[in-house]
Design a protein around this ligand. Structure first.
Ligand SMILES: [Mg+2]
Length: 321
């Protein structure tokens, strides 16, 4: 582990560096508070900090205050070094944001023990951060497909709509539904159905570009948000339809033919519709794609009626799903 040693005394720096090296730490040296602050502001900054209180310019206390004011997710652990022994001073140091302090002169064994405490706290902090990130991921993602869940994709959609409106960009908002999904479950079992949903998710992702979004909207229904002008919609919808329909899904020994139906509506910068209206419009197109025989994705171009991306040769059947 690396330790930042900030001390304006060359003698102290050299001595501290030699000591911590012997304990297996790597030392990064700062000659004053300003340099310490700059090193702490750089990417990959040391997380364990040994900081002299009394330094010209920025003193150790001020460096502590600046570090705490940043409110990082993963702040450094700061051990303040001071000749001061008064309780009021110690309180001031801790209040400024130091994690701990040690009074000069100190015993090396005590410094070593306090650094070990710091390293332990930093490990614990990292564990908590990973646990929180894992929980956040779980809260926002669908466990089966790994896609954003409904709540998360709706929030992401709201944000993307705002950004696109401000940036003058057009978006395509779409709902995709796996055709006859109930039959897949009934005929091949739920594990096969789950595998199909996972594979469909990967295939949808394969036709998306950076900045596009997809989430699991419902059971076998997906919400997509795709960047692109209205005249790009036909080609995109055909790619999306084809990437699902053109290759069978192999589950165990069985090759399953899976298709999707969908509806896409454009959102131009001047369009004032909100998410619920857009989703209702996309859902209406999806319904019409199902009614027209499935394995097709209908889209609105400008404000005319729906056109479609459909299989070249008409096949597909009726019934719900
Ligand atoms: Mg000093």
């Amino acid at each position: 582990m690396r330790i930042l040693i900030g001390d304006d005394s060359l003698t102290h720096r050299v001595m501290l560096e030699a000591i911590v090296r012997r304990w297996g730490y790597e030392a990064v040296l700062a000659e004053d508070g300003q340099q310490a602050w700059e090193l702490l502001s750089a990417p990959e900054a040391p997380r364990l900090v040994l900081l002299d209180w009394e330094m010209p310019g920025l003193d150790g206390l001020e460096v502590c205050r600046r570090v705490r004011a940043r409110q990082d997710q993963d702040p450094p652990y700061i051990l303040l070094l001071t000749a001061r022994q008064e309780t009021a001073d110690i309180v001031a140091g801790l209040d400024a944001g130091a994690n701990d302090y040690i009074s000069k002169p100190f015993e090396n064994t005590e410094l070593h023990a306090r650094l070990r405490v710091g390293a332990r706290m930093l490990d614990l902090q990292r564990e908590l951060i990973s646990a929180r990130e894992a929980l956040e991921f779980q809260a926002n993602h669908d466990a089966l497909t790994g896609l954003m869940n409904r709540g998360a994709v709706m929030r992401a959609m709201e944000q993307a709509m705002q950004a696109a409106g401000q940036g003058g960009q057009t978006l395509q908002i779409g709902l995709i539904d796996v055709d006859h999904f109930k039959q897949i479950n009934d005929s091949h079992g739920h594990p096969a159905g789950d595998a199909v949903l996972q594979a469909v998710s990967r295939r949808i992702e394969s036709v998306l570009r950076a900045g596009d979004l997809v989430g699991r909207y419902g059971g076998e229904e997906f919400l997509l948000l795709v960047n692109g002008e209205v005249d790009e919609a036909p080609a995109f919808c055909e790619r999306l339809r084809g990437v699902i329909a053109d290759q069978p899904f192999v589950e165990g020994q069985v090759a399953l033919r899976v298709t999707v139906s969908g509806g896409f509506v454009p959102l131009t910068p001047s369009d004032r519709r909100g998410t619920s209206e857009l989703l209702a419009a996309a859902d209406d197109l999806l319904y019409r794609a199902k009614a027209a025989g499935r394995n097709r994705i209908f889209f609105n171009q400008a404000d005319d009626g729906a056109r479609q991306a459909a299989p070249a040769a008409g096949e597909t059947k009726r019934s719900a799903g």
